[in-house]
Design a protein around this ligand. Structure first.
Ligand code: SF4
Length: 457
């Protein structure tokens, strides 16, 4: 551990802003400028952004060793609903319908369930998708049932050894928690996702964890996020053993099949690796094994997509693609059939499901790469509009202190995370100094540092 807390860089590049009528153009141009807009690129071609995080609180009921929150985060106030609604409107104005809005934090379940219901309803009303990003501790069946009824689309559970949950010594033991969460969420019409931070402490468990997730037909999406030196967590630099390649090989070992991460891209190749598989009864087969075919299908879909103004809606486009390219459609259908057939005896043991596998490579706060930030597919809603998640993590306190301006019938009002409610004037206080906070308000490096000083004195 360092003996001082992490200092974010003073100047960092921001994401591109939407200015024209083609919502996908800014991301496409960002990817083109760094040579990442190739035949397998889906970002900027089929959607204007992969997802946008709406941080509804900075509080959390855990203290992960790789937390991306800041030292000041625990001393802030939650944004009022009016501020969150205004940010949703901004997300919509940038990216249109279909974008996935991640209700996140901190842990969003520390907000009142009524607030989360209101946000789910508003996201639905705007034609976007909602995803609850949570450690799952407070997500009872009743809680998830209420959110599903309010329109929640996805729930993403973050479970891993960085959380230091009491009584668990490995990712395999944590599967008990994962099973319980699946039971709480299944049958509610929610897509179930799992997030895992990859670090030295669980690297050897990755194949077993991947196998476990492969064999859960309820799980639609699994994401592995590589350790990054950002935020308040006490673990810092990523060990050399953790690379995009080594993580991909470990996941493939668990899935028992090559996953062809290089075929289709979601944004910059140094940021994200994507695979799509069919699974059944303890077997998995990659759907992206035939790269030329995948790229031809993508080109054909692009050719029948006449609305650049939002996320592509694949299903109606498939019908038109079949009409225009019947031979290609037949080949794609044949490939799908062959992939399912290769599940072999797995077909006798369980249902056939599609699962997406994602590896995410966040950047260290002091090593931001401008081209990746400018072609980021994973944004955070801030007072000043959407911003790359890596940039936001590197300068979180600056954005928490930056005021949102709301224009109402009686004039403007302002809010920042240092105040509990809207203010009539724009002169808002600075965030509290964590050096002055009581021990119980501290987490991550600040708590460890304070504890170490206490122990030494
Ligand atoms: S958040 Fe960071 S790592 Fe992720 S896509 Fe954006 S720039 Fe890349």
């Amino acid at each position: 551990m360092r003996d001082t807390v992490h200092s974010p860089p003073a100047i960092v590049p921001a994401g591109r802003k939407f200015t024209g009528s083609d919502r996908r153009a800014p991301l496409r141009e960002g990817l083109q400028s760094c040579g990442e807009y190739h035949a397998g690129q889906t970002a900027g071609r089929f959607y204007p952004i992969a997802c946008v995080a709406l941080e509804v609180t900075q509080r959390c009921n855990l203290d992960c060793t790789l937390c991306y929150l800041s030292d000041r985060a625990e001393m802030t106030y939650d944004p009022p609903l009016s501020v969150l609604f205004a940010r949703l409107k901004t997300i919509y104005s940038h990216y249109g319908t279909g974008v996935s809005v991640q209700l996140t934090g901190g842990d969003p379940t520390l907000r009142k369930v009524e607030d989360l219901e209101a946000l789910c309803r508003e996201i639905k009303r705007l034609g976007m998708r909602s995803c609850l990003m949570t450690n799952g501790i407070r997500t009872s069946r009743a809680f998830l049932t209420r959110l599903a009824a309010a329109g929640l689309d996805d729930v993403a559970f973050h479970v891993d050894m960085t959380q230091e949950r009491k009584g668990f010594t490995s990712e395999v033991e944590l599967n008990t928690v994962r099973r319980a969460y699946i039971r709480r969420a299944r049958g509610l019409g929610l897509r179930i996702l799992f997030n895992t931070t990859v670090f030295e402490g669980n690297f050897d468990d990755l194949p077993a964890l991947a196998r476990f997730l492969r064999d859960r037909p309820e799980v639609a999406f699994v994401s592995f996020q590589m350790q990054a030196d950002t935020g308040r967590g006490v673990l810092r630099e990523r060990p050399e053993m953790i690379t995009q390649d080594s993580v991909a090989r470990s996941i493939e070992a668990g899935y028992g099949a090559p996953l062809h991460f290089g075929t289709a891209a979601v944004g910059h190749s140094k940021c994200n690796s994507y695979a799509s598989v069919v699974t059944a009864g303890g077997r998995a087969v990659s759907l992206l094994s035939n790269q030329p075919l995948v790229h031809r299908v993508m080109a054909a879909l692009e050719g029948v997509d006449d609305n650049q103004d939002a996320h592509i809606r694949i299903r109606p486009k498939v019908g038109r693609m079949i009409q225009r390219h019947p031979l290609l459609a037949l080949r794609a259908l044949g490939h799908l059939g062959m992939s399912v057939a290769r599940l072999g005896t797995g077909l006798l043991r369980g249902p056939v499901r599609r699962q997406a596998v994602f590896i995410h490579n966040f950047m260290a706060a002091d090593q931001l790469e401008e081209d990746r930030c400018a072609s980021c597919v994973f944004m955070v809603a801030t007072a000043n509009g959407p911003l790359s998640m890596c940039v936001h993590n590197a300068q979180r306190d600056m954005h928490l202190a930056s005021p949102d301006r709301l224009d109402g019938p009686t004039g403007p009002s302002w809010w920042n995370a240092a105040v509990p409610r809207l203010s009539n004037g724009p002169d808002l206080p600075e965030l509290s100094d964590p050096a002055l906070a009581p021990m119980k308000r501290l987490k991550g490096q600040m708590r460890a540092l304070r504890q170490a000083r206490k122990d030494a004195s």
